[in-house]
Design a protein around this ligand. Sequence first.
Ligand code: NAP
Length: 351
Amino acid sequence: MSMHRAAVLPQKGGPLSVQERVTPEPGPNELLIEVMAVALNPVDHHQRDFGLPPVPVYPAVIGSDVSGIVVKTGSNASLPGTTKPLVAGDRVIAFASSFYQSGSPDYGAFQKYVLAQPEGVIPLPAGLSFEEGAVFPLAVLTALTAWTTIGIPLNTRYAPEDRQAVLIWGGASSVGTLAIQSARTLGFTRVYATASPKHHEYLKRLGAHAVFDYKAVDVVKQIVDECQKDGVKLETAHCVVNGSLQPTLDVLKETKRHGVVAKVAHSPLLPPDHPNLDGTEIKFNYPIMDPTERDKHMYECFHDWLQDGLQSGSVVPSPSPQIEGGGLEGLNLALDKLRAGVSGTKIVVPI
Ligand SMILES: NC(=O)c1ccc[n+]([C@@H]2O[C@H](COP(=O)([O-])OP(=O)(O)OC[C@H]3O[C@@H](n4cnc5c(N)ncnc54)[C@H](OP(=O)(O)O)[C@@H]3O)[C@@H](O)[C@H]2O)c1
C-alpha cells in the first residue's frame, strides 16, 4: 500500500492539516496524477472556513486546479476522438475536484497524488511551466459554462455582420480573463470588460476591444457610448464578480433592443432579492450536475477549447501566476492571501 502527503480538511472550519493518505488506484475511467502545482480559487477558502459549498465527507481534500505528471491510467481512460491517449509520464493540466465525486477525498487537488477523469485532463504544452498550467481548470470551466448557461453553445461562431457584443464585468479576475479569451473564440464583434486601469492593456492583449474602469462614476455611460459608437448589439453579459449585476443591468437597459431578451450569466451566488430588468434573463452560472451532460461539456471545455487553443496559441495562461511557497504546508497561508484579495493574478503553489 503506497502512501502520500495531503493537505486534509479534518472538519468544518479548517484549518488544513498535512497528513498521510493511502494513494488510490485509478478506476477504469480515471487517471492517477502526481501533482506538481495547484492553483487556488475563492471556493477553496469558502470550503475551508465555512464548509460551503457543502463538504459532504470529512476528513476532506478540497481544491480543483492541478498540473502534474500522469502516473497510471485506468484500463478505459483514453477517450474516443483523442488522437494521442495520455500515458504515464505525460505532463498534464487537470481539473481534479471531489465536488462531482460525492466529496471523495481521493479526487481533491490539495495532495501529492490525485485521481481525475480524462474529460478534464489535457497535455501541458512543452512551452508552459507547471505553475502556468495550473491557472486554468476551474476558471476555464466557469468561464465556458457561463456561455452555455445562457444558451450560447461553445461551437457558436458569430460573424462580423452579426454585430454581437458582450460585456464581462470583472475582466481582471481569473474567470474574467478566460471569459474574455473565450468570447473572442465565439466571435463576438466587440468584447467589453471592466477592470482597474492598471490591467487595461493586459486585457486588451487577451482579446478585449475596450476596457472600462469600474470605479469611474460614469462607467455605465462610458460603456453605452462606446457601444453606440461601435454600432453593435449589446444584449449579452457575464457578471463575474460580486456587485456587478446592477451596473450591468444599467448598461443593458440602454443597449438592449425592444423585444429582444438580454441574457446575463452571474458567477457569484445570486441572492434571491437580486435586481432585475424587464426583458432580461439572469441566470446563476451553475455547475452541470447530470453526469453524462457534464462529461460531454468538460470534454468540450478542456479538449476542444483549451487544448486546441493552447496548441494554436489562441489561448494563453491568464492571469499571471503569483507563486507562493511552502508546498502543502503553505496552503493555509496562501488561501488567507487569496481571501484578502488578489488583483489580476492567480495564486499558485508548487507541490
Ligand atoms: N458559479 C461557479 O461555478 C463559480 C466557479 C468559480 C468561481 N466563481 C465565482 O466567480 C467569482 C470570480 O472568481 P475568480 O477566481 O475569478 O476571482 P478573483 O480572480 O479572485 O477576482 C479578483 C478580481 O476581481 C476584480 N474585481 C473585484 N471587484 C470588482 C468590481 N466591482 N468590478 C470589476 N472587477 C472587480 C478585481 O479586479 P481589479 O484587479 O481590476 O480591481 C480582481 O482582479 C467569485 O465570486 C467566485 O466565487 C463561481
